[in-house]
Design a protein around this ligand. Structure first.
Ligand code: DQA
Length: 146
């Protein structure tokens, strides 16, 4: 199975960025964790600070990928464009939304996700392990809906 793991703005700063909220692991550590936990899956890990780039990657996904794991980061709360892109491909490429932190315990502006309703599910609050949980759920969903 080919899985695209997308990470939004500022997630390249993980490790140094508010470690009390996001943990001490870098994005590279999370990539290594996923690849070692799912050695039977073909995983491509990407990060961008650009909303346009993320939208393009999502739109192009059906040509290559079976599923998407996405942490849209701050775009979660603002991007109708990412919601539309996920919605556009949702019948062929299911997505799971991940957040390292529990956004419901944080500022009110982070309580609303514009993107979650275009995904099959959402996992938050378990830091890097959320990516493992999300990928497990995504693989199970794809296998049981084939
Ligand atoms: C985040 C939560 C968002 O509110 C925030 O803008 C991020 C990271 C998380 O993984 O907890 O950049 O998506």
């Amino acid at each position: 199975m080919k899985i695209l793991v997308l990470n939004g703005p500022n997630l390249h700063l993980l490790g140094q960025r508010e470690p009390e909220i996001y943990g001490k692991e870098t994005l590279h550590d999370i990539e290594t964790l996923l690849i070692s936990s799912f050695s039977d899956q073909d995983i491509l890990f990407k990060q961008s600070n650009s909303e346009a780039e993320l939208i393009t990657w999502i739109g192009d996904a059906p040509a290559e990928y079976d599923g998407i794991i996405i942490n849209p980061a701050a775009f979660t709360h603002t991007s109708l464009g990412i919601y539309d892109a996920l919605k556009a491909i949702s019948s062929t490429v299911p997505a799971v939304e991940i957040h390292l932190s529990n956004t419901h315990q944080r500022e009110e502006i982070r309580h609303k996700s514009l993107t979650a309703s275009a995904c099959i599910g959402q996992i938050m609050g378990f830091r890097s392990y959320g990516y493992v949980l999300g990928l497990k759920a995504l693989v199970n969903y794809i296998e049981s809906n084939r």
